[in-house]
Ligand binder design. Structure first.
Ligand code: SF4
Length: 316
């Protein structure tokens, strides 16, 4: 598959009184057309900032973003609006992202109007097609967002994101505001749409069990950096970084006979304004060695038993 997105050494820093917060601190990855990369980590690890920076909703401090072979890092606002036709986003809170005074049909058609695509008739047909595709009732176009449940509102947000036939969808915690019973419906919908439409996704979540169902590969983030990246099967069969191991130990195993030992992380995620020296995870790592507090391990292909893994840890 051709490369759709290439992010190299991306950095997003925020200046606060007395400190610089390195929300994204040297992140590199590629995403192929039609591929889903899950990005997982605790709240505050920088995963949402990473998604917003890729879309240039937040300006990068450094590094580069290539999308469809073009460096979009420094495109001006107008050019970026045009490029965003191919890169859309679905946020965590569907209600907050839908204008409550607009009918669903108006909400979903808006991107077509902004980009001047089609006439009134073809736009109406496209909106109807999308509402059916995401599983909303045929009369949804004439109703208001408050008339729908949380899960249905997320379906509306997904319909609006897909109306321009984007190549990349950034799904930022798309199910974490929903009831558990509804979460799997939306995850299944995204998994189905991705196959049907050949959509590539960055699927951002704090929950590995959610990410597992949609992702081809998973990148694990800690304090602004990727600490491990591998296929979903590799991450679940053999988590390598001690942080990945701890996250995974909280996920129930599908095979009860292979239940994992629960690894409780000590302490909270450190303050991103004052990250620990060396390996940022050393303050919570049960394998920390003296060098870990002084030197920072690079994310690199490292030998592991029976193969290799892209991981940032001195154990390998
Ligand atoms: Fe733990 Fe050291 Fe590996 Fe960091 S480099 S994850 S502190 S063992």
């Amino acid at each position: 598959m051709a490369t759709l997105l290439e992010v190299v050494d991306l950095a997003t820093y925020y200046a606060t009184p007395g400190a610089t917060i390195r929300a994204v601190d040297g992140v590199s990855f590629t995403l192929a057309e039609g591929e889903v990369l899950g990005i997982v980590g605790e709240s505050g690890c920088g995963k949402s900032t990473l998604g917003r920076t890729v879309l240039r909703l937040v300006e990068p401090t450094g590094g580069s973003i290539r999308f469809l072979g073009e460096d979009i890092t420094k495109l001006d606002r107008r050019a970026m609006v045009r490029r965003r036709r191919n890169m859309q986003v679905v946020f965590q809170d569907p209600f907050g992202s839908l204008n409550p005074r607009h009918r669903v049909g108006e909400i979903v058609v808006e991107p077509l109007e902004v980009h001047g695509i089609g006439d009134a008739r073809s736009r109406a047909a496209r909106v109807s097609e999308l509402l059916v595709l995401v599983g909303l009732p045929p009369d949804a176009a004439g109703r208001y967002p408050h008339e729908f449940s949380g899960g249905q509102r997320q379906r509306i947000a997904i319909a609006r994101a897909l109306v321009l036939e984007p190549k990349l969808l950034i799904a930022d915690e798309p199910v974490s505001a929903l009831d558990v019973s509804i979460q799997s419906q939306i995850i299944n919908l995204l998994a189905e749409l991705r196959v049907r439409l050949g959509l590539a996704m960055l699927f951002i979540s704090h929950d590995l069990s959610v990410i597992r169902h949609v992702s081809d590969r998973i990148a694990v983030m800690y304090l602004g950096r990727i600490v491990e990246i591998a296929s979903t099967a590799e991450i679940f069969d053999r988590p390598t970084h001690p942080y990945t191991q701890a996250l995974l130990s909280a996920v129930p195993h599908t095979d009860p006979a292979r239940r994992r030992e629960r690894i409780l992380l000590s302490g909270e995620m450190p303050d991103p304004a004052k990250p620990p020296s060396g390996c940022a995870f050393h303050t919570r790592c049960r394998h920390a060695m003296p060098r870990c507090s002084n030197e920072r391990p690079a994310l690199a292909q490292r030998p592991i038993e029976g193969g290799s893994r892209e991981v940032a840890c001195y154990l390998y």
